[in-house]
Design a binder for this molecule. Structure first.
Ligand code: HEM
Length: 500
């Protein structure tokens, strides 16, 4: 034990890290992990423990949800063990998650996290949200793409289908996003003038639902008034029921522990809404559904439920978390960044209709988007199971991982790794501009792969890696075409000065 502590003291904890380097020299340029560790690194046992059966997991669960919250939970253990790789438990656990193992190996630095992208050593079967998997009744009794491992044949079929949908949809994507944003911001303007404050969550979710249905499913919600009005809320409930056991909500404790984290809620509570959405896709998205069958060899039902998952979980769920954090970052403007963004947008777009190509010419807008993803990765945890025994390298040590062990990468710390990002705790809007900024994109991991990577059937990187950042860039650029400045929080706009 004392030997371990001596070794540990020689390491650099992230929060008190050595002088930040401006260059991520410690990693290989692609950001990809290699299973062969540099020989200079010491092999050491993975610190941390799972504790007594039942008691250990419960104590960790209470820390995670109640006494500490996820960020402090990982940070405290990282500091305690003085290691960016350690053993711990993550929820859910006892009493009604009997078959679920809470034991994980946490990885919280850029180098160890990147092992999660190496499909030779990592298996992704059923581990989207950890060892716990929501019932497949939430997805039409199918294991949809996000739960499939790259070695399963259906993964390549559905992933290729998703990539094909995005490629074909680019024009509709931009035009329907822009028109849906017109509606959203007109609603917000109206509430602002009526009440002096406008919650934007519902208008934003309606905007997302509308534009994503058109772009991904080729279906216009306007053809079904009930879906147009309530489709977004059906998705919210469906998402919440699947994810509740793993999410800290912030309800008064111990009520949250007793009622939201102790058991999985059954699908029948949201079945009505889910079935309506599936019917809507089958009826209005006929062309896309047919392509799934004819070109990608999927059954009709498999296509519909995968489409609904991509639409509702991946796309709607992802943007519904990400865009509020983008607006919130804008609201915290301390360095006149709004002025600089506005100047760049107006100069580069020159009043013309925005497009993917026009926002690609806006380096500050794109950097602001990347920096938001770094500081607040919308999907903060990624899991992967060891396919075989392998050696896992962090910046300063090497650890033995056994086949079957579950890795849990906590991105909020990973993306603040001082060995990669200078001044890691500060939001630096132009961090990703210029040559050095471009180099850093190899270490931006929000999409379960580096921002310089290419999503494909042989990996598990987000199919929409580029669409997400371009969409968020369009969202920002639109804002600064429409307004001179905006005052907002993560849920409401309190002032918006129209463009003069
Ligand atoms: C802000 C929005 C989004 C975020 C934050 C996001 C994030 C992610 C992440 C982290 C993963 C990997 C999960 C894991 O295996 O651990 C993923 C996978 C995936 N995403 Fe996204 N995503 C977003 C939007 C989208 C959109 C618009 C699509 C539409 C096509 C999409 C399609 C997918 C698919 C199909 C996968 C599964 C990849 C595979 O199984 O190989 N995502 N996404």
């Amino acid at each position: 034990m004392s030997k371990l502590m001596t070794q540990a003291r020689m390491m650099t904890p992230m929060s008190t890290g050595s002088a930040p380097s401006s260059k991520p020299a410690a990693l290989n340029p692609s950001g990809a992990a290699t299973t062969a560790p540099p020989s200079s690194l010491r092999v050491r046992p993975i610190p941390g423990a799972y504790g007594w059966p039942i008691l250990g997991p419960i104590s960790d669960r209470l820390d995670y949800f109640w006494f500490q919250g996820p960020e402090t939970f990982f940070r405290k253990r990282f500091e305690k063990y003085m290691s960016s790789v350690f053993r711990t438990n993550v929820p859910p656990c006892f009493p009604f998650f009997a078959g679920v193992s809470p034991n994980v190996i946490a990885v919280v630095d850029c180098k160890s996290f990147a092992h999660l992208f190496d499909m030779d050593i990592i298996e992704k079967r059923n581990v989207l949200v950890g060892d716990f998997m929501p019932s497949t009744s939430f997805t039409g009794d199918f294991r949809v793409c996000a739960y499939l491992d790259t070695e399963e044949q259906d993964h390549a079929k559905v992933k290729s289908f998703a990539i094909d949908i995005l490629r074909r949809s680019s024009e509709v994507w931009v035009s329907s996003l822009l028109s849906s944003m017109d509606v959203m911001w007109t609603t917000i303007d109206q509430s602002l003038s009526d009440h002096g404050k406008a919650s934007y969550l519902v208008p934003l979710q309606k905007c997302l639902f509308n534009f994503l249905c058109k772009s991904i499913v080729g279906a216009d919600p306007a053809s079904s008034p009930h879906i147009a009005e309530s489709g977004y809320a059906m998705l919210d409930k469906w998402l919440a029921l699947q994810l509740l056991p793993t999410l800290k909500i912030g309800v008064l404790q111990p009520l949250e522990e007793i009622f939201l984290h102790s058991f999985a809620y059954p699908f029948f509570l949201v079945k009505g809404g889910y079935d309506k959405l599936a019917e809507f896709i089958a009826k209005e998205g006929g062309e896309v559904v047919e392509r799934g069958q004819v070109e990608f060899g999927l059954s009709s039902e498999q296509t519909i439920h995968n489409l609904l998952f991509i639409l509702g979980f991946n796309a709607f769920g992802g943007f519904a978390v990400f865009l509020p954090s983008l607006l919130s970052a804008l609201g915290k403007d301390t360095a006149e960044v709004q002025k600089k963004l506005r100047q760049e947008v107006r100069q580069k777009s020159n009043g013309s209709t925005l497009s993917f190509n026009s926002v690609k010419e806006m380096p500050l807008v794109q950097s602001f988007v990347y920096e938001t993803l770094r500081m607040n990765p919308p999907v903060p945890i990624q899991y992967g199971r060891a396919r075989k025994d392998f050696l896992l390298s962090s910046h300063d040590s090497v650890y033995e991982v056994k086949k079957g062990e579950l890795l849990c990468g906590y991105q909020k710390l990973v993306m603040r790794d001082p060995k990669v990002f200078a001044d890691p705790e500060t939001f630096v809007p132009d961090r990703f501009t210029g040559e050095k900024g471009r180099e850093l994109l190899s270490y931006l991991y929000w999409s379960n792969g580096p921002q310089t990577g290419t999503p494909g059937p042989s990996n598990k990187q987000c199919a929409a890696k580029d669409y997400v950042t371009l969409t968020a860039s369009l969202f920002l650029a639109y804002l600064f075409q429409r307004y001179d400045s905006i005052t907002c929080t993560s849920s409401a706009v309190t002032a918006a000065e129209k463009a003069k």
